[in-house]
Design a protein around this ligand. Sequence first.
Ligand code: HEM
Length: 767
Amino acid sequence: MLQGFRKVDPDRWEFANEGFLGGQKHLLKTIKRRRNVTPSTQQQGGPCIELGQYGLEGEMERLRRDRNVLMSEIVKLRQQQQLSREQLVAMEARMQFTEKKQQKMMAFLAKALVNRSFVHNLAQQNEQGALRGIEIGRKRRLTASTRGENLQEDMVSAAAEATQVVQEGLAALESDIATLFSAALQNESISDTQEPQGELDPNLVPLTAEPIVANANDLNWAELLNDDLIGGSEEEEGNVPVEDLVPNPPDWGHCTVIQLLKTIEVGMSSYSLELSPDLMTLTGVKCIRSRILTKVRRVPGPPAFPLVGHLPLLAKFGPSAFSSLANLFGPIFRFQMGRQALIIVADAELCREVGIKKFKYIPNRSIPSPISASPLHQRGLFFSRDSRWATMRNTIISMYQPSHLASLVPTMQSFIETATQNLDTHSHKEQEEEEEEEEDDIVFSNLSLKLATDIIGQAAFGINFGLSRPNSSNDYPKSNEVSDFINQHIYSTTTLKMDLSGSFSIILGMLMPFLQEPFRQVFKRIPGTMDWKIERTNRKLSSRLDEIVAKREKEVQRDSKDFLSLILNARDSEKVSKSLFTSDYISALAYEHLLAGSATTAFTLTSIVYLVSGYPEVERKLIEEIDGFGPNNRVPSASDLQHKFPYLDQASPRGTWVWLAPSVLAKDPKNFPDPEKFRPERFDPNGEEEKKRHPYAHIPFGIGPRACIGQKFALQEIKLSIIHLYRYNVFRHSPNMETPLELEYGIVLNYKHGVKLRVLPRKTKAN
Ligand code: HEM
C-alpha cells in the first residue's frame, strides 16, 4: 500500500495513495488518515509501511524531509512578505513625494498671493508697460476696496516671481542642453555601419541614463497607446488589445508636431503651420499627448526641467531639437511641453499607425493654453472634437469639391494679376541694375502675404480686403474697417503663442494649467498687460466677425460662392444641423480659413520663388514647362494645373520644405539624399528616389482624417501664381538680403527680414 508523501524530484514532494487516483472518485473513501506510529501499532501490523518497509527510522526520515519542505515553503513566503513590505514602503515614499510636490506648489501659490514686493520686477521682466497700466488701473480704481487692490498687486508680484523662477531655471538648464546637443551632433555624424569615432562627452551619461531605443520595434506600440489611453497599472499594459479596453475613446489630446507647433510658441521663438512639413520630412513626426505623465516616463527622453519641461530645448535649438533627440533616443521619445508630456514619433511607419490606423483612439487635438481662452479659435475645425468635428468636417469638405475649386480659378487669377502689377514699378533690365539701390528691391514675402490674404478673404468671406492692390491704385481706398480687421487678425494671431516671454496667463497655462484662468481673469482687467490687449482685440475681432455673419444671415438670396455663404445656404436648406452650425461656430469657421489659408500659402509661395531664383537650372526647366503650356493669355484650368505642370508640381511645395529643413533632413539621408539642395527632381514620380521613399516620409499637409482641408485650394493658388509670375518675370536675390535667410518662428513661420528680390522682366514670348 502506498501512502503519505513521495518525492517526485529532488526538491518536490507529493501526496501519494493508492486510493488517490485521477478520475476515480470512489476510491477516495478508502484513504484513511494515518495514526501516530507507536510500537504497539507496529505490532498490530498497522499502516506503518511507506515507500517500502523502512520502519521507524524510515518514518523519521520521511518526517524530517516533510518538515524541510514545509520550512522551505515558509522561507519562501517570508521572502515574499518582505518584498511586498518593501514595495509598500516604496509606494508610500512615492505618495509622500507626490504630496510634498503638491504642498510645495500650494506653498508657492500661497506665497504668490501674499507677496507684494515684485511689482518692479514685473515691469522689467514681463510685459512692457504693465507697470504703467497697473498705475493707471489703480488710479481709476481708487474707490475699489484696498483688499481687492492688494490682491491684484500681489498676483502681479507673483507673476514676476514666477517669471524669475522660470528664467533662472532656464539658465541652469542651458549647460546641460549644450552637452546634450553637442553629443547629439556627434552621434549624427556616425553612420549605421561606422564605429563611433572618439569618446562621447562623459557629461552625457547622466542625461542619457535612460535606455536608448535603437529601433522602433523595441517599443510595443500598442502597449504605449494602451498605457496612455487607459492609464492602467503597468501590469495591465499590453496584455489586452486596445480595442477591448477602450470602449469610448477618452478625452485626451492628439496632435501632430505640426499641429502642436502651429499653436505653441516656445521661448524666443514659436513654431507654426509651415514648420510642420519640414519636421515631417524627417520621416514624419507625430506626437501623442499624454495626460498621465508617469505613464510616459519609461519612454526614453532627456531629463526634464521642473515646470518648463523640455521647452528650453526648443527655445534654444529650434526644430532641429527634434532631430537631435530622435538621434539620441530613437524614433519614439518623450518630450515635455511645459507640464504636458508628449510622445514624439519620428518614423514614417509609426506616423501612419498614429495618424491613420489608431486614429479612432486619438481623434482630437489638444487645446493649448493660448487657445483655451479664445472661443473664436476653439470653434473652428482645427480644435473641434469628436462627433462635432466629424459632422463639421463632412459638411465643409463638400465645399472643397473639385467643381467648386475649379470655379475659384478666375477669382484667384484676377487677384494674382492685380497683385503682380506691383512688380512693374520695380522691374528693370539687368544692365541697368544699380546693386545697392534698395528701392529696386521688392519684398516678395510681403507681396505674397497680401495676395494670399486677399484670395482667402474673398474665398472665405466674399470680402475684397484690397491688400495686394498696387499702392498707386486709388480706385478702392482701403477702409478703416478693413485695415482694423486685418490688424486685429494679425495681433490675435501673433499672440496665440506659448512663449515664455509672452502673456503671463499663457505661460501659466503651460506650467500650471489650473492657474491660467484665475490669473487671466485678473490680468485681463489690468490695462496695458498682454492679457488685457489680447482680450480686447479678440473681443473686437469676434464682434466684427459676428457682424459680418449676422449681415449675411439676413440676406434673402446669397449668390456669392464664398465659404460663408455656402455654409449659411446649407444651413438654411437644412442640409446641415442648425444646432451645430450656430452663428458663433460659423464665424469661427470662416475666420479659421483666413487664419489657416493666408500665411501658410504665402510662405510656401515666397519660398518657391526665393529658391528658384537661386537655382538657374530649376528656373530654366520651370520656364520651359510654363512656356510650353501655351500663350501667356491662356489661363490654366484647375485640371491643367493638376496634370500639365509636372515639374511645377515637384517644386511646390515639396522641394521647398526639403530645403528648408536641412538640419532635420540631414538626419535622414536615406529618404532625402542631398537634403540641403533644392532639387525638385527628387519628387519625380518616375525617379528612383521617389519610388524608394516611404509614402509617409513627406507629408506637408498631414495625414489621415484630420489632414489639411485646404491642400488643393493652396496648391491651386500657388501654381497659378507661379505660372503667372514666371510668364513675365524672373527674379534674382537682392544684394540687400541677408544670407542665409533668417526665419522667425511666429505663430506662422516667417522670414524674419523678408525675402528681397529683384524683378527682371522676361523677353515676353509672342502670344
Ligand atoms: C501651403 C499651405 C498649407 C499648409 C502647408 C497646410 C498644412 C496643414 C497641416 C499640416 C495640417 C494638420 C494636418 C494633420 O494634423 O495631419 C492642416 C490642417 C488644416 N488646414 Fe491647412 N495648410 C495649408 C493651407 C490651408 C488652407 C488654404 C486652408 C483653408 C482654406 C487650410 C485649412 C486647414 C484646416 C481647417 C485644418 C484642420 C483640419 C481638421 O482638423 O479637420 N489649410 N494644414
